[in-house]
Design a protein around this ligand. Structure first.
Ligand code: FMN
Length: 328
């Protein structure tokens, strides 16, 4: 499939995830074999108000192409201006969020609220496409709730705005992240539009990804929660789809190196205090399934500095070395 000048073969996208897919995490995805990672969603409003923290989210220095920035907003004029800023900051692709279910977002008419106002959704997409030279993509859900599935109509209308790819998270807004993603809609959308369709929802393994492609005909897949504490999944799925070879889960000794790198990158990009705080949640995900995980998790929560955090990691690694891969 193609997006603008980029040729992507069965792409596996690391999903945009607020609070997760920051620069450090995207670099870890690329270090572990993943090729395509979205930024966290970025507010058009915050960009236009020159919010300093928001601009830090636009730091794409040194990242592999294509660099994909996700924007959220509901005002076509504001989105136009924000898109131009994003383009100037070396993004290669702009994605528009039409699926975020969070109350504080939808109450402003943003994210999944656009599923209730298709005219506005289409106008936002058209304005952004016209504002920039780089390709624009959109990520949607199926509709607001079971009684208002709009994905097919929205997909056709969005295609006409000139967007280059559509990602479908096969849930409604009311489902948030629960229940099962209904993949059949991904298949229906794929049969309805010509632009590449990316399937998203409930992929936890390389086999899940292949099953989604076989069942729906989608051009690529996107993975979110499956990569928490397991960034290797993106590269393993990519490798499986490209070659048919199922790589083993990484050994704990490979994991160690990446976990420590992830921590150092967080400290580098966010400083001691925020970097440490952000690492607490990743650390808890990384050690899921090991012996004494609860105890270590408590230690992560109370530790006060990065040196202490490193000490806990080394204690865990030593214990795992001794017991030779206790991880399940
Ligand atoms: C913590 C969290 C943050 C998320 N942030 C975003 C976001 O910023 N933009 C977006 O489009 N989707 C966001 N999502 C939705 C995911 O990208 C994805 O569509 C959803 O989790 C379904 O995929 P999965 O079943 O692989 O997790 C987020 C999901 C979670 C759990």
């Amino acid at each position: 499939m193609k997006i603008g000048n980029y040729s992507l073969n069965k792409p596996v996208f690391m999903a945009p995830m607020a609070g997760i897919t920051d620069k450090a995490f995207r670099e870890i995805i690329q270090l572990t074999g993943g090729k395509y990672a979205f930024t966290e969603m970025i507010s058009d409003n915050a960009l236009l108000h020159q919010n300093c923290k928001t601009f830090q989210m636009l730091n794409l220095d040194g990242e592999e192409e294509p660099r994909i920035v996700q924007l959220f907003g509901s005002d076509p004029d504001q989105m136009t201006e924000a898109a131009k800023i994003v383009e100037r900051h070396k993004a290669n692709i702009i994605d528009i969020n039409m699926g975020c279910p969070t109350p504080k977002i939808v109450k402003n008419g943003e994210g999944a609220a656009l599923l209730k106002d298709l005219d506005r959704a289409v106008k936002v997409a058209r304005c952004v496409v016209q504002a920039v030279k780089i390709p624009v993509t959109v990520k949607i859900r199926l509709g607001w709730d079971d009684l208002s599935i709009v994905a097919l109509e929205l997909a056709s209308r969005l295609e006409k705005t000139g967007i280059s790819m559509l990602t479908v998270h096969a849930r409604t807004r009311e489902q948030y992240y629960s229940g099962k993603a209904d993949w059949k809609w991904i298949g229906k959308i794929k049969q309805t539009i010509q632009i590449p369709v990316i399937g998203n929802g409930d992929i936890q393994s390389p086999e899940d990804a292949l099953r989604m492609i076989r069942e729906t005909g989608c051009d690529g897949v996107m993975i979110a929660r499956g990569a928490l504490g397991n960034p290797w999944l993106i590269g393993r799925v990519q490798h499986y789809l490209e070659t048919g070879e199922l790589l083993p889960e990484p050994e704990w000794k490979q994991k160690k190196e990446i976990i420590l790198k992830h921590f150092e990158k967080l400290l580098l990009y966010k400083g001691e205090k925020i970097g440490l705080n952000e690492m607490r949640k990743h650390a808890a995900w990384y050690i899921r399934g090991i012996r004494n995980a609860t105890e270590y998790r408590n230690q992560f929560m109370t530790i006060q500095d990065s040196a202490g955090m490193r000490r806990i990691f080394h204690r865990i690694f030593d214990e795992l070395d001794e017991k030779d891969n206790e991880i399940k």
